[in-house]
Design a protein. Structure first.
Length: 133
């Protein structure tokens, strides 16, 4: 089932995750920069946010399952110069600033929560840039 960006925004408004909880870290590009030139393969905010959210989930899993930051940064370095690289770097560092849990249920909760935060950040930046309503 595919959700439209409008449906995701409506669900996000009802979700318990508040936009107030999203860090506005200087590492995350501002809205105009983020959406001024989205990756060519993902020309719309919905596709771009889906890709970024999937990446966020992956790095949260790496964090929770004990993959060292240096290894994850090495993988990210192979994509240096590619579109969206700086945003992916910021999300990776954000994931590794969050707590790591040893309990499987807590790990899954953290992975799901981080994925939701990344989606909320991306959607709010898309709205701020005027590329989504």
């Amino acid at each position: 089932m595919s959700l439209t960006l409008a449906a995701i925004l409506a669900l996000s408004a009802q979700a318990s995750t508040s936009f107030d909880n999203i860090p506005d870290a200087p590492l995350v590009p501002d809205a105009k920069e983020l959406f001024s030139n989205p990756p060519k393969a993902l020309p719309n905010a919905e596709g771009f946010c889906a890709s970024i959210t999937e990446f966020g989930r992956s790095v949260a899993m790496s964090r929770q399952y004990g993959v060292p930051l240096t290894e994850t940064m090495d993988i990210l370095a192979t994509g240096r110069g590619q579109e969206g690289h700086e945003l992916r770097r910021a999300i990776l560092l954000w994931a590794y600033e969050r707590p790591r849990y040893s309990d499987k249920a807590e790990q899954e909760r953290e992975i799901d929560e981080f994925e939701g935060l990344v989606l909320a950040m991306c959607i709010s930046k898309a709205v701020e840039a005027g590329v989504a309503q």
